[in-house]
Design a binder for this molecule. Sequence first.
Ligand SMILES: Nc1nc2c(ncn2[C@@H]2O[C@H](COP(=O)(O)OP(=O)(O)OP(=O)(O)O)[C@@H](O)[C@H]2O)c(=O)[nH]1
Length: 379
Amino acid sequence: MSYQDDEEEVTFDGTAGSFPKDFGYGAFDGEHDILSASVDQKPRILLMGLRRSGKSSIQKVVFHKMSPNETLFLESTNKIVKDDINNSSFVQFQIWDFPGQIDFFDSTFDYDMIFGGCGALIFVIDAQDDYMEALNKLNLTVTKAYKINPNIKFEVFIHKVDGLGDDFKMESQRDIHQRATDDLNDSGYDQIHLSFHLTSIYDHSIFEAFSKVVQKLIPQLPVLENLLNIVNTNSAIEKSFLFDVVSKIYIATDSTPVDMQSYELCCDMIDVVIDVSWIYGVKEEQDPAAFDEQSSSLIKLNNGTVLYLREVNKFLALVCILRDDNCDRKGLIDYNFLCFRNAIQQVFELRNQNQSALNSVGSPVVNGNNLIDGGISPT
Ligand SMILES: Nc1nc2c(ncn2[C@@H]2O[C@H](COP(=O)(O)OP(=O)(O)OP(=O)(O)O)[C@@H](O)[C@H]2O)c(=O)[nH]1
């Protein structure tokens, strides 16, 4: 048996953090048997790991607005589930959720096809369980994938850390890191780089980790970061994030370090803006939009900090954190924001032109480096 997503039965419960179901990626793509599926050219992110490590939960919580508690009722995945993240998002890719018991020696799986067009492989390890078997599987998976496609980014999610104390969390991360890299060195693959993230679906850590995975696949990232740095410097902004509104993944931030609290505040702000605008916004007959070119919000916190959100395009929002005193010059901030928005449009117009030029000479997009495949439409 495998999980069937029933979009109709889940209604918006009105709490911040749970967007209306129709504000999202649209209907769940359902299941495809990998053997019968045609080779799609969208870049893909693979979710692998042992049974019950939390793979399906991660996918559902991040991309389908499932509340973490609902994941308790997910059934085991027994075949590869492909999920297209493309309907209304800037970030366009496929997530393939693998069954925990996948056998790499099974000749029915076409590994060249699976790993060939893969941008990133996320290996999920249940930190609340004994992880020795998971480490063996990680080594087997990573070496097999690397042989087929050395460009894959390997990401290890040390997952379910909500149940662990801070010391134990750090100790587990150190131990898993050490063992995994030692295993790779022993098998002669010291050139493989693994990135580690501590994650849980019960807080924002899973969104933060996914943000970092997705960012590595965005070729325009350095330009976006640079633009954010320029906006910050010229507008006295302390931190800014460029968010994909639906998933709350940040696709870029400025070069100052990200602290979890700021990220959480910005995520919560997006929830508030969408919820309020969904409830009180003027609804058009055909196309009710909770996020459009009018979307903007300024929230003053009682600690002298201001959160400022502006729509960048259909999918993206700029969320900034600044000091209350620096808000006096809001006209300047707004002007700089318009320059930023124009620059973003130019970056992606160029990208779209290159993309159509490539397509017209018949070069298909099969590589994770082309993650954002036509995902932006200039506003
Ligand atoms: N405490 C905690 N539990 C989690 C977390 N993520 C997932 N779970 C639970 O772990 C269990 C297994 O989750 P699944 O998403 O079905 O795991 P899976 O890896 O897809 O399992 P298979 O389909 O069998 O491979 C569920 O009961 C989830 O509620 C987490 O971050 N913290």
